[in-house]
Write a protein that binds this ligand. Structure first.
Ligand code: ATP
Length: 608
């Protein structure tokens, strides 16, 4: 078989592979010399493939373990951050393979003892956060050139073998079921490489205990645990009675912040939700800012901005003036150390007028904080839905149009910067669009899908409320377009898409009702938000944007616009109607009839 046939067989064996659409035997070959024609490949000068890098592509399905063994020149293979299943792919025939990345998938079963036999070039093996069971295979222990091994977050068991490789610089076996004494050759690694294994002991963890001592310890630990538990229960009870927790009230399509408390942080190691963070280091990803450290943030007075589905956000005012926002993420425990740093470095390189830049971050296994600038004008959600204070400017049509254009431009930039991510934003909603002092929109909470624990992401993140995920467990590069469509309808109507508050799937019936209510009201002329209607001579342009929103929300993905099409239509929109534009409400009926829309349908000069 040719490389093209092998790859296409591999593609066809997957259940979800939409990002591999240019893998096609009848088109260009995978490589032309060292140029790759197919996504996810790197080619040698002789047209063979040396790297297969299929990361963050939403791939699902069970890999046929033998399928790639014929790509004999492969030096690096990565399936990181997908949802692939099945047993460990067969790699030992890939004699030149140096680096293997399978982390953050659902591979399972025992890793065969001979899985890495004869792989004399093997340097890095990353198997973290899968469901592998059994022991570490001996063939891995005898891979002489091994420098990095990450196994954390599996269900591996047995004793840790004494890896003899002197150049092994990264080793992580945390959060498995390993037991027994840690071998001397691994004792120099940090304790965090071994935590989360109930049975491991010895340097760098506490010394192993004799069984008599163990029994005594169990008794002592039980007593201490009971006492501590009682104290925690009592403490929580007192806290619940005294704490003012900010809550959003979404009734009647309005968001009201109740009891937002300003709270002085009492002790230097306590954050305002009562949990502690250690005094570790803040990593800055931007060099155009004054430096501060975690202590400065903690010492500053903090105001709770709100608790979202991914974590809680606090505003802190630094002693030398600037206000920062710290978001503490709660559901990122599965992401590995290196990966997290790598992703943060990538976020740090992003720069676009419509993205809120990441300034710094803090990483601990159980604690991830992202620091950004505080944006005075708050979020689009609060502007659209909160009760408008007298004297506060209302969002007129030109402002809303500019917000939609900015959001679209920010999305285009994310799509360009994350060509292999299925969900470059993933969590686009009105509370994640902030407005600067000129009402220019700034996207936030973008590109987080690779970091958030998969189950939680699927419960709460906006992209996973799309019809394709609800019905077919799929997300594609058109999924963020769906969220853009919902956001456009929300901006035009001032109505809150209620289903985004629901956990898990199944909200789409409500969303369908919501979208239908939008269109049905259109020909009674009541669809648009009252404030927007105060601007005169723009109804036709508003209707065009409404159609665009509808085309982005198309249930059927084939018919749904790609981002490029949607953005082109949005960019054409103007602040004032063109009087020659003969446009009538009958067009709305066409959209509502929900037939497939084409570009021709969208020449907005339809006569009544
Ligand atoms: N940098 C910022 N400047 C000003 N307000 C912000 C900033 N970041 C977040 N906010 C606001 O703080 C509130 C809480 O934000 P947070 O991101 O924690 O939750 P969310 O956006 O409501 O939900 P989710 O966690 O699902 O994204 C929101 O109203 C948000 O718009």
């Amino acid at each position: 078989a040719t490389d093209a046939e092998i790859l296409v067989n591999f593609k066809n064996s997957l259940s979800t592979n939409s990002l591999l659409s240019n893998w096609n035997v009848s088109g260009n070959p995978p490589c032309n010399g060292s140029t790759n024609n197919w996504v996810g490949l790197r080619c040698n000068g002789d047209g063979t493939i040396y790297k297969l890098q299929l990361e963050n592509m939403g791939l699902t399905g069970t890999i046929n373990r033998d399928i790639l063994t014929q790509l004999s020149k492969l030096r690096a293979l990565s399936f990181m951050n997908n949802s692939l299943e099945g047993s460990m792919p067969q790699v030992k025939k890939l004699g030149s393979l140096k680096n293997l990345f399978l982390s953050n998938n659902s591979f399972s079963g025992k890793i065969p003892e001979d899985a890495f036999d004869g792989m004399n070039s093997l340097r890095e093996v990353h198997l973290a956060h899968n469901e592998f069971t059994g022991g570490i295979p001996r063939s891995l222990v005898s891979a002489q050139k091994l420098t990095k091994l990450s196994l954390e977050g599996n269900q591996l068991d047995g004793k840790l073998p004494g890896f003899p490789q002197e150049n092994l610089t990264v080793f992580n076996a945390a959060d498995n079921n390993f037991e027994g004494q840690i071998p001397a050759s691994l004792a120099h690694f940090s304790p965090s490489s071994f935590t989360g294994n109930k049975g491991l002991c010895g340097k760098p963890l506490p010394a192993c205990k004799s069984s008599k001592k163990k029994t005594m310890m169990i008794i002592v630990v039980t007593v201490v645990a009971v006492v501590a538990l009682s104290a925690i229960v009592a403490f929580s009870y007192i806290r619940c009675r005294t704490a003012k927790t900010p809550k959003f009230n979404y009734s009647e399509n309005k968001i009201v912040m109740n009891g937002v408390g300003k709270k002085e942080i009492q002790s230097s190691d306590q954050f305002s939700d009562g949990k502690t963070v250690d005094n570790g280091q803040l990593h800055f990803v931007r060099y155009d800012r004054g430096r501060f450290d975690l202590q400065d943030l903690l010492k500053a007075s903090a105001e709770v901005l709100g608790s979202g589905t991914l974590g809680s956000s606090y505003k802190t005012v630094l002693s030398d003036g600037p206000s920062m926002v710290v978001k503490r993420f709660r559901h990122m425990s599965n992401v590995g150390n290196e990966e997290f740093h790598e992703h943060m470095r990538k976020l740090g390189t992003l720069s676009h007028p419509n993205l809120l830049p990441l300034v710094a971050y803090y990483y601990r296994k159980e604690d991830k904080l992202l620091v950004s600038d505080f944006i005075e004008n708050g979020s689009l959600a609060s502007r659209l839905h909160a009760k408008r204070a007298p004297g506060k400017p209302w969002l007129d049509w030109p402002t809303r149009l500019n917000i939609v254009k900015g959001v679209a431009r920010g999305l285009v930039y994310l799509y360009k910067e994350f060509p292999t991510l299925a969900l470059p934003h993933g969590h686009l909603k009105s509370s994640n669009v902030l407005l600067d002092d000129t009402f220019e929109p700034l996207l936030t909470d973008y590109a987080l899908v690779p970091l958030v624990n998969r189950d939680h992401a699927q419960q709460v993140m906006v992209a996973y409320k799309s019809p394709e995920f609800t019905h077919s467990d799929r997300t594609t590069r058109k999924t963020d377009v769906w969220s853009l469509g919902i956001l456009i309808l929300e901006i035009l109507t001032g109505k809150f898409p209620e289903n985004y508050l629901k956990q898990g799937r199944g909200g789409d019936a409500d969303l369908a009702t919501w979208i239908n209510s939008v269109v049905r009201e259109e020909w009674t002329g009541e669809v648009f938000d009252m404030d927007i209607m105060r601007t005169k001579n723009c109804e036709k342009e508003m209707l065009k944007l409404l159609k665009t929103g509808m085309c982005c929300c198309e249930w059927n993905m084939e018919n749904r616009w790609a981002l490029k099409e949607a953005v082109a239509k949005i960019e054409e929109l103007k602040e004032r109607d063109n009087d020659n534009d003969d446009f009538s409400n009958s067009y709305a009926r066409e959209v509502y009839s929900s037939r497939a829309m084409t570009d021709d349908d969208f020449s907005f000069s339809v006569n009544g």
